[in-house]
Design a protein around this ligand. Structure first.
Ligand code: FAD
Length: 588
């Protein structure tokens, strides 16, 4: 047979093998429902010494892990292990009005686990099936095409994988007044043109998608599990994986990942193993904090650090936990005549300078609870927070109490315009503090250590100043005459709570303002970079049977906000792995 004939046959054969999951992308479909959601079982239901083995064990049922598990289950047996509980029936997860109450909940079973980077910025990581999509602000916006090219993804598959997510859980927002004001303010301030409602990353001003529907109900990555095959997909909740098990027998060229050890909700230990097929894999999708942490706990990382914690070294790799980055966010509080309706992010200004302008406003819960509880990382009041228990030094608590008394009452009447910088270029690292997987590792982001990041922050604040001066925003101020920048900077210094010491020139030097009021927009990433920890296909270098699929592989955050691209990546990698494996099985 001529070689071109063989190629045609190969693609026909592959298309046939891939039918069940490829066809779902093109034809007219029934509306997506949760009726095929697999049972969500507690980890304690997993029998000790269970003999069942799997083609794929996925650690972390988050933003990437859920679409990945669903896709792989269409052909193979998949075990998905998630340390958190179910998002269903949890009002703090399901309703936008509880966004900041959820972030404030510091109970050990809270879907949100607080951590404070060594920089002094209060942050949060997800601990729930659905991961970050269960605690985030819901804004949905795709990565730029330059990002897709930079990471080397197949554009055709990317363009099929985004809609696969969107048709299931993404909506257009019914734009809130504060978001409409930002849209108009951005355009009047020259962040143009208006690109309408679009998921695409295009310069100018746009309205993006959201995972909240018109009633404020949140749809999450956990819903995407219903697109899998429930007979092939076993989901365990409260399953904290603390170690990947390797076969390092002599004679093996590389240690091979063969299983995992995890603890259930009662603290009992379990193990789960892959079957003997050489293509079977453990895939870690535990997020940018959880994935490097688990690699380190399993013996992959800098030798000296591992030895300091008495962790047997499986593979020395000095890059695990390196290149951690968090896009700094700085926000300006703008008091208004009357309390604005609650809104999280719906509008974004995408500037050519690599600065993104977004906004949030108001509260959903009763005014009484606003005054009782300041959401620990509430975007609405710039993370005005109580100090988390472990950080309650006498001095810190006193300082917080004092600051709280001095808070202007208006901080509860108004909204924020925030700026986030693309990238960022400043990076840090993650190291273990102990060997308990439930505890946070120590993370350092080194915000603004790169001068370009600081310059872009200043540009962002100046852009917000231009927006403030527009008619649209003057009309919103208490006397209708507008607000001076000095006044809003002053209020913002007080409203933005981090553990960074403030300076007297915070409102005179925008550089100082940026450094002292930096908070997070929770877009941290990195720790397992391509070429350093994983290869182009996200297989962990130096071992076999182990892959990483989540935000830890990124060296910059995708798009204005990452969740769209992270969910898409879960689907994309699932299809890619299936294609490759089915192609190998067919001997082509
Ligand atoms: P995650 O979604 O965090 O998934 C990791 C999962 O692994 C978690 O469920 C975790 O519990 C589990 N896990 C970790 N360790 C283990 C272990 N050892 N064993 C078992 N399971 C484990 N992005 C946007 O695009 N728009 C927004 O509006 C937005 N707002 C945000 C607001 C907040 C408060 C937060 C926290 C994030 C926000 N983001 C937003 C960012 C976005 O949600 C995250 O970047 C994204 O969800 C990260 O996905 P991931 O798959 O890498 O990790």
């Amino acid at each position: 047979m001529a070689s071109s004939g063989r190629v045609v046959l190969f693609f026909e054969l592959l298309a046939c093998l891939l039918c069940p999951f490829e066809l779902s992308q093109g034809k007219a479909k029934e509306p997506f429902t949760l009726k095929n959601l697999p049972p969500l079982q507690k980890a304690s239901s997993y029998p000790v010494g269970c003999a069942t083995t799997y083609d794929y064990i996925i650690v972390g049922g988050g933003t990437a892990g859920c679409p990945l598990a669903a896709t792989l289950s269409l052909r193979y047996r998949v075990l998905l292990l998630e340390r958190g509980g179910s998002p269903y029936g949890n009002r703090n997860v399901s309703y936008m009005e509880n966004f900041h109450i959820g972030l404030m909940n510091m109970a050990p079973d809270s879907p949100s686990q607080v951590f404070i980077s060594t920089d002094g910025v209060i942050n949060a990581r997800a601990r729930v099936l659905g991961g970050g999509t269960c605690i985030n602000a819901g804004f949905y916006s795709r990565a730029s095409s330059s990002f897709i090219q930079e990471v080397g993804w197949d554009e055709d598959l990317v363009n099929k994988s985004f809609p696969w997510v969107e048709e299931k859980i993404v909506q257009w927002p019914k734009i809130a007044p504060w978001q409409a004001a930002l849209r108009d303010g951005l355009l009047q301030a020259g962040v143009a043109p208006f690109n309408g409602y679009t998921y695409d990353h295009v310069s100018g001003t746009k309205v993006g998608g959201t995972i909240f529907d018109e009633t404020g109900y949140r749809h999450t990555a956990a819903d995407l599990l219903a697109a899998g095959d429930p007979d092939n997909l076993r989901v365990l909740l409260h399953a904290s994986v603390h170690k990947i098990v390797f076969d390092s027998r002599q004679g093996r060229l590389k240690a091979r990942a063969i299983g995992v050890q995890f603890t259930d909700e009662n603290g009992r230990h379990h193990q789960a193993f892959l079957n003997s097929n050489k293509d079977s894999e453990i895939i870690v999708s535990a997020g940018a904090i959880g994935t490097p942490q688990l690699l380190l706990l399993s013996g992959i990382g800098p030798k000296n650090d591992l030895q300091n914690h008495n962790i047997p070294v499986v593979l020395h790799n000095k890059y695990v936990g390196k290149g951690m980055a968090d896009n700094p966010m700085n926000s300006i509080f703008i008091p208004t005549r009357s309390p604005p309706r609650q809104s999280l992010i719906e509008t974004v200004g995408i500037t050519e300078e690599g600065v993104f302008i977004e906004a949030s406003s108001g509260f959903g819960q009763s005014s009484e609870s606003v005054h009782c509880h300041h959401g620990i990382m509430s975007a609405e009041i710039g993370q005005l927070s109580t100090i988390p228990p472990k950080q309650r030094t006498l001095e810190a608590a006193q300082k917080y109490a004092h600051n709280k008394l001095n808070l202007p009452k208006e901080v509860f009447h108004g909204g924020f315009i925030l700026e986030k910088i693309d990238g960022p270029l400043s990076t840090g690292h993650l190291v273990l503090t102990d060997t308990d997987v439930r505890n946070n590792p120590a993370v350092t982001f080194n915000y603004f250590s790169h001068p370009q990041d600081l310059n872009r922050c200043v540009y962002g604040i100046k852009t917000i100043e231009r927006i403030l001066k527009t008619n649209r925003f003057s009309e919103l101020s208490a006397d209708g005459a507008g607000l001076s920048m000095e006044r809003v900077l002053n209020m913002s210094v007080q409203a933005n709570v981090n553990l960074i010491p403030k300076h007297t020139n915070d409102t005179e030097s925008l550089e100082q303002f940026c450094k002292d009021t930096v908070i997070t927009i929770w877009h941290y990433h990195g720790g397992c970079h391509v070429g350093k920890v994983v290869d182009q296909h996200y297989r962990v270098l130096g071992v076999s049977g182990l892959r990483v699929v989540d935000g830890s592989i990124f060296s910059r955050s995708p798009g204005t906000n990452p969740q769209a691209t992270v969910m898409m990546m879960g689907r994309y990698m699932g299809v890619k792995i299936l294609r490759e494996r089915l192609g190998r099985a067919a001997g082509v």
